[in-house]
Design a protein around this ligand. Structure first.
Ligand code: B12
Length: 502
């Protein structure tokens, strides 16, 4: 069957001005098994090529697929773009079967099928095996109710089939690397051609604001040696120099993670990595952090989330402020850059909470801070806890962690925006930090710190300038999340009370 995978033209400042555009791994994971099953598959990267809807439709007409499949890593905030694109494709090519997958559609499948005629089928959960089953059923004209893990419309009503068991062996399905047309399109941290790759799926922890545990259901991992073989092949064949580990928690299994680190360190492949790792695991691995560096681990995102012990307890983070401090210091000692994830809105914010967060973050002495806004995804414990809170942002396209969503009792949206920008500026542009960068002897580290500081600054500036052109957030205050049930604009975005409670 002819299948066109489309990465929707969802553009963010992170990709355009920040780290750079990344390969759409989710679509490549779906594409690999389809290619192996003998289908004619193509990837159209509307995001990387900044394609207009008209250009996308022209490509669809040219390739003339039987099925179009789409989904995006920034799943919730990319949803409006995905459905807009599918509606335009359906209008131009009514016979194309449209398939939509990823995290957000997994949890909102029924509502989306009720509201968006342009979506024919939704793949729920991980997509490799389900897509194969779905394409097989369509090709052989078998009824869709036999396909596990999907939702579709039958006589105008949404039907959700039973879930498909998770993939036990992650090495069973390969990544469709050959779908990448031009590797130069994907670069990261100024280090050349870049890829995204997954060692593991899932997370055993129960942080209240994150839903990834429920999405992947069980923590699973790839054979560490096979993964290193693949990384080496990508370096030798396509000259990839940088990899982002797409894992929620790659270090969850100490033994297997250390096998991966040791294998990478022993092969001396000249590539670098970005990974998200818990501070508790960094502290646990203190003795082998020199091997992390030899393995190429260069940037680590630390989910510190809050600098206040009672908040860490409330969100069930399972780490302490001592872990956070020690992890930042250990990384610095080993020449690994730390990026501290700090979440605003986990408690009632005041000017004082911002001031003390800044002091504590400076004390940790991480290299960068990534300030995000808590976002009430319906499928998370946190999302259910805040049902009665008011929101300040109805546009789902802005539920991207860079915009405030939940109203704060003490500070208006403008004040929160100002406080966040102040915190980011004070952290990154403090004279002692800038002086330390310029004085750094290691040329490579100095270059990387400067590159990342400039890019962080560009995103900061872009966000400040863009806010001028958006509507006043004041308009949105005092709408309870429950009240969204009756809001027309939000129904269009498929958010409903039942989704918060299911
Ligand atoms: C790597 C990554 C990035 C990278 C690269 C993104 C990319 N282009 O691939 C960068 C740094 C650019 C990035 C940016 C953003 N990201 Co990001 N990112 C991730 C991360 C760490 C891994 C994503 C990934 O590749 N997973 C592995 C693949 C295999 O999984 P997958 O994409 O879910 O795909 C599987 C299934 O979902 C399904 N599937 C997915 N799509 C489709 C489509 C079809 C047709 C089918 C059948 C199946 C299917 O099948 C796939 C295989 O099983 C996740 C966190 C995490 N660990 O999951 C966050 C995450 C996806 N990002 C998130 C967000 C919000 C963003 C940003 C909006 C942040 C911002 N404000 O800039 C931007 C979006 C901009 C962008 N251009 O992507 C959120 C999404 C929240 C949500 N659920 O709505 C996540 C979950 C982080 C989080 N903690 O909540 N991100």
């Amino acid at each position: 069957m002819k299948i066109l995978l489309i990465n929707p033209p969802y553009l963010t400042l992170t990709s355009r001005l920040g780290t750079g555009h990344q390969i759409p791994l989710g679509l490549l994971k779906v594409g690999g098994p389809l290619l192996d099953a003998g289908h004619e598959v193509r990837l159209l990267d509307g995001e990387r090529r900044h394609l207009s809807l008209r250009a996308i439709i022209a490509e669809v007409k040219r390739f003339s697929p039987k099925m179009v499949m789409t989904g995006h890593a920034g799943s919730t905030s990319a949803h409006p773009t995905c459905v807009k694109m599918l509606a335009a494709i359906k209008q131009a090519c009514p016979n194309v079967i449209t398939v939509y997958g990823g995290v957000y559609p997994t949890y909102h499948a029924e509502a989306i099928l009720e509201q968006e005629d342009a979506v024919d089928v939704i793949v729920r959960g991980e997509g490799e095996a389900v897509s194969l089953d779905l394409v097989k059923a369509v090709e052989s004209e078998h009824p869709l109710h036999d396909v596990k893990g999907i939702a579709y419309r039958c006589r105008g009503k949404p039907v959700v089939t039973s879930p498909r068991p998770v993939i036990q062996n992650l090495d069973e399905f390969r990544i469709g690397w050959e779908l990448i047309e031009n590797w130069d399109d994907y670069q990261c941290f100024g280090l050349g051609r870049a890829g995204v790759i997954q060692f593991s799926r899932g997370c055993p922890h129960r942080c209240t604001y994150c839903g990834q545990r429920e999405f992947w259901l069980k923590w699973r991992y790839r054979d560490p040696v096979k993964l290193v073989d693949e990384i080496e092949w990508l370096y030798r064949t396509h000259n990839l120099r940088f990899f982002s580990l797409a894992d929620e928690n790659p270090a969850a299994n100490e033994l297997e993670w250390h096998r991966f680190i040791k294998e990478m360190a022993s092969r001396e492949i000249p590539v670098y990595f970005f990974a998200s790792i818990r501070t508790t695991d960094i502290v646990r691995d203190a003795e082998i952090l020199h091997l992390y560096r030899q393995a190429g681990i260069l940037y680590i995102l630390l989910g510190i989330e809050s600098t206040e012990p009672e908040v860490l307890k409330k969100i069930k983070k399972g780490s302490t402020t001592t872990h956070d401090l020690v992890a930042c210091r250990l990384l610095k000692q080993h020449g690994i850059f730390s990026i501290i994830a700090h979440v605003v809105g986990l408690k009632n914010e005041t000017w004082k909470t911002f001031q003390s967060a800044l002091e504590q973050l400076i004390h940790y002495d991480g290299d960068f801070v990534n300030v995000t806004h808590v976002t009430p995804h319906s499928w998370t414990e946190f999302g259910r806890q805040v049902q009665d809170h008011c929101i300040v942002q109805r546009d789902l396209g802005k539920w991207d962690y860079r915009h405030q969503i939940i109203a704060q009792p003490n500070l208006s949206p403008w004040k929160i925006f100002f406080a966040v920008k102040w915190l980011e500026l004070r952290f990154h542009a403090r004279p002692t930090k800038l002086r330390a960068i310029l004085k750094m002897r290691d040329r490579f580290r100095r270059r990387q710190l400067l590159w990342s500081t400039v890019r962080t600054g560009l995103v900061w500036l872009g966000e400040v300038l863009l806010l001028k052109t958006t509507k006043s957030p004041k308009e949105y205050s005092h709408i309870p999340i429950r009240g969204l049930l009756h809001s027309k604009s939000h129904q269009k975005s498929s958010l409903r009370l039942q989704d918060f409670t299911s």
